[in-house]
Design a protein around this ligand. Structure first.
Ligand code: MN
Ligand code: MN
Length: 311
């Protein structure tokens, strides 16, 4: 039989070898993965449009949602515990992307996420550049009020760049303007390019801004203890929160980022303290990482975050 022995390098790539469902209105699963291969909002080095495909390819190392006789869930050797044994997941493929048609793409993203929420699935979006988080988050209006936690080296709170409001440097500012936004927390800030006025304006709005250095100084647990309860919470993970030595495949790397362990600890701590209603992982650019480890660690972060959310 073709493909009977399922190895990481064989078969057609879906996220973690989940079944592919092309009709979103028929999704029946706890989790639905959606690719958003869009990178026209990038201000520096493009290529994240290839992120979803690359993350899917490397996620085949974690084939824990195979409906056809494969292993269900995974055993964590560090915790000596099983995760995701009963969690079901599907891969919905990619949102329709048309070059130079940003409002069409935003509409496709919003409608796709709304459909997944109607189906009761937890949406996991694979970017794409960080601009996609705004239309994704907007789709959650019906289940608001909602808090946002952003892991990122950057503020992403530019009001406009050259008069444009929807670049990948602006999604958090756009989200801060929505009616149903509750609290906003950003963890991982660093680098020499942060605009002071954006920082001060965010602080004045009551947003919680945590530099990467604070996490190094007081540890992940204490950082989470200092954040008030967030209730329902959406999480956006910019892969540049990780140190570029670990995750070089990203357009705007900043030195002195998180270890995989630190980011995993904070994600699982957030899941233990709040109700996570969806998340995305953005800014993976496989063309800047021939080793593939950025995509591999991105896939692993998603699997372990789901493990923390669903147990
Ligand atoms: Mn960033
Ligand atoms: Mn970002």
């Amino acid at each position: 039989m073709v493909g009977k022995t399922k190895l990481s390098f064989t078969g057609i790539s879906t996220f973690c070898r989940t079944p592919h469902i092309s009709e979103i209105d028929k999704v029946q699963a706890d989790v639905a993965v959606l690719g958003i291969p869009y990178d026209e909002a990038v201000g520096y080095r493009p290529g994240t449009r290839f992120g979803p495909r690359s993350i899917r390819e490397y996620s085949m190392r974690f084939p824990y949602f195979d409906e056809n006789g494969g292993q269900k869930g995974y055993w964590n050797i560090e915790k000596r515990q099983w995760f995701l044994k009963k969690t079901t997941m599907v891969d919905c493929g990619d949102v329709d992307v048309v070059p130079l048609a940003m409002s069409y793409v935003h509409q496709q993203i919003e409608e796709s996420i709304k459909s997944l929420l109607r189906r009761g699935a937890l949406p996991v979006s694979l970017g794409g550049d960080h601009s996609v988080t705004y239309p994704v988050f907007k789709a959650f209006e019906r289940i608001g009020p909602l808090s946002l936690v952003q892991f990122d080296a950057h503020l992403d709170r530019r009001d406009t760049v050259g008069g444009v409001k929807y670049g990948h440097g602006s999604p958090i500012k756009r989200i801060s303007e929505l009616d149903f936004i509750e609290k906003i927390v950003t963890i991982g800030l660093r680098g020499l390019r942060a605009p002071e006025e954006d920082y001060l304006a965010a602080e004045a709005r009551g947003e919680i801004l945590i530099p990467a250095q604070t996490v190094r100084e007081i540890g992940t647990d204490e950082v989470l203890n200092q954040i008030p309860s967030l209730g329902k919470c959406y999480v956006t993970i910019d892969i540049d929160a990780l140190d570029p030595a670990l995750a070089p495949g990203t357009g705007t790397p900043e030195a002195d980022g998180f270890t995989l362990h630190q980011l995993k600890e904070m994600l699982s701590g957030l899941a233990a303290r709040n109700k996570i209603v969806g998340f995305d992982l953005v800014e993976v650019n496989p063309y800047l990482d021939p080793s593939g480890r950025t995509s591999l660690f991105a896939a692993q972060l998603i699997v372990e975050f789901l493990g923390a959310i669903f147990g």
